[in-house]
Design a protein around this ligand. Sequence first.
Ligand SMILES: [Mg+2]
Length: 329
Amino acid sequence: MAMSRSLHACERLSVPALRQLLRDTDTLLFDCDGVVWRGADALPGAAATLNALLRTPGKRVFFLTNNSSATRRGHADKLRRLGVRLPGGDEPQRSVYGTAHCAPLFLLQQQQEQQQQEQQEQQQQRPYKVYLIGSEAMASALEEAGIPFVGGPGPEVDLGWPPEKPELDPDVRAVLLGFDRHFSYAKMVRAVAYLRDPACAFVATNTDTCLPLEGDRVIPGTGSLLAALECASQRKAAIVGKPSEFMFECVLRAEKVARERCLMVGDRLDTDILMGTQCGLPTLLVLTGVSTLAEAQACRDSSDHERHQLAPTYVIDSIADLLPAIDEL
Ligand SMILES: [Mg+2]
């Protein structure tokens, strides 16, 4: 039934329609911020719903988050703390795909491509290092992946005024930007100096402009830092997180998942829903986060192709609405 409809129908689902959708789905991909939690607090009914899904034979659940300030393990610990009974025994982090985990995979792929090209051109292979603007979590994920880096968490050395020429590491082949609460002018000066070399790759975890917190608070997100660095370097970064398809590819590479039986669940049209669309998946928007029903409907009704791509297939108020449908599966 529902599956044959437009991917961008914005359809409000009744319990029987939700039940059918869940019968047609094996793997549910959930965004976290604004879907499962807001800041430090779980959204009402989130843990009960996820646990009911995890108990249902044949259903698998993965969490895809653009938030780069925690490691996979950190996100898994938070899910458990909020009451979600993750599978995987002492490896619960296997259910989590965050940008801190996926960024090194992206860089390793890029490194491989560069090395292949050097081989083809019979050049000597150069070392590969990264200049990191990011969190402790990103630093530890790079270490785990065996990618050496300079920069990293904490404040950058002040270069004075006017800034003196920063000393550059000749082995740096990529600038990686993620969430960094110590983001500064000094870090920008250094990153721009690396990025003046067109051969130096520019990679960012995500483009989320802001981050909703508990108590209706909103703080600037990685997208705001990225906009500053893109403006200063006059370059566009390659994006690891949603809406890029790369994060879903990471799941497909690591897990046996039938692509045509996946559903993407999220609260943001321009990241979660767009990623689902680009991967050819049906999408389910929840209204507990950033995007509103009016925005989704405006995208559905838009004649602009790019805007229309942001409209979700289905809409429910919150993840808790899935619970009655799961109980009757
Ligand atoms: Mg979100």
